[in-house]
Design a protein around this ligand. Structure first.
Ligand code: F6P
Length: 325
């Protein structure tokens, strides 16, 4: 492989808190290793439409605590076309970019894979999505902040739920995955958690809620993953209110889970992933997604990283059940 002198970095897909410290780490780790860096704005949009700017150490100063992404993000359907890929390749050549670091989730990885299959650039993926649904890594950037944002919101819901003796449904994001719901459910002491990875037995949930009330529980919190097969928070709310007769309210936490200042855990993984991604490139790795897997850094082929992710921990499900009696 020809030696790498200049890299491009971009953020793509749904933004996630922690993208900024990740950009900072990529840029400064690259400079530290003697590489030049170009930032590509608006993800693959900027790669196709030549929206790029050279980066130096000061370009990423003061962003470690900022949510969002200073490079902006976009979902770019045009990048899935031959023409879009060709435009991107022309711009890579125009700016003498030898390799790419892409920060994002499975859609970002799909784009990267397609690009590297057409044109032979080394690409390294850094997992960043609040959904935590990337295969081959225990952790994705954005997940911890999303869980903390949701936990703080649910703590507030519990206050009002207890005052009024109500049942609250909190719908959290996650697309087709239930990781946010599971972790925030445990962290906020939810009575029930509905996630797409496990079948939702509504009759059983109703029984548990009623038994709780008979024992003197004043209120209940049910965390529902947006992708749960029951139909998300709206359907869960209708069913639970209808079948229990409890006064029930729905709060959809939505995009607020994507924002906010990154947590300490987020910033730490951002620093690590950015550095490891640059090291991976310089070690000759290509078309892999970096990550952390069972205490070690992992390097998963991009083609595998976009597979469905089966990492829901059975013991967490049981812990939630045990502690919510
Ligand atoms: O993948 C991140 C995510 O926030 C999902 O949890 C959610 O389903 C989706 O993106 C929302 O997408 P959009 O921002 O396009 O509405």
């Amino acid at each position: 492989m020809a030696s790498i002198k200049k890299i491009g970095v971009l953020t793509s897909g749904g933004d996630a808190s922690g993208m900024n410290p990740t950009i900072r780490s990529v840029v400064r780790s690259a400079l530290y290793h003697g590489l030049e860096v170009v930032a590509i704005k608006r993800g693959y949009e900027g790669l196709m439409h030549d929206d790029m700017t050279p980066m130096h150490a000061g370009s990423v100063g003061g962003i470690i605590s900022l949510g969002g992404t200073i490079l902006y993000s976009a979902r770019a359907p045009e990048f899935m076309t031959e023409e879009g890929l060709k435009k991107a390749n022309d711009n890579m050549k125009k700016h003498n970019i030898d390799a790419l670091i892409v920060i994002g989730g499975d859609g970002t990885y799909r784009g990267a894979l397609d690009f590297s299959n057409h044109f032979d650039y080394p690409v390294i993926g850094i997992p960043a999505t609040i959904d935590n649904d990337i295969y081959g890594t225990d952790y994705t950037i954005g997940y911890d902040t999303a869980v903390n944002v949701a936990m703080e919101a649910i703590d507030k819901l519990r206050d009002t739920a207890t005052s009024h003796g109500r049942c609250f449904i909190a719908e959290v994001m996650g697309r087709h995955a239930g990781y946010i719901a599971l972790e925030v459910g445990i962290a906020s002491g939810a009575e029930e958690i509905l996630i797409p990875e496990t079948p939702t037995d509504i009759e059983n949930i109703i029984e548990i809620l009623k038994t709780g009330r008979e024992r003197g529980k004043r209120s209940s919190i049910i965390v529902v993953a947006e992708g749960d097969e029951i139909g998300g928070g709206v359907e869960a709310c209708k069913l639970i209110e209808g079948k229990t007769g409890f006064e029930t309210r729905l709060t959809i936490l939505g995009h607020m889970q994507r924002g906010g200042s990154p947590t300490a855990r987020e910033r730490l993984w951002a620093a690590r992933f950015g550095f490891i991604a640059i090291r991976a490139l310089l070690d000759g790795k290509k078309n892999v997604a970096i990550g952390t897997w069972k205490g070690e850094y992992s390097y998963t082929p991009l083609a595998d990283a976009i597979k469905k992710d089966p990492k829901i921990d059975e013991i967490d499900l049981e812990i939630q059940k045990a502690l919510s009696i």
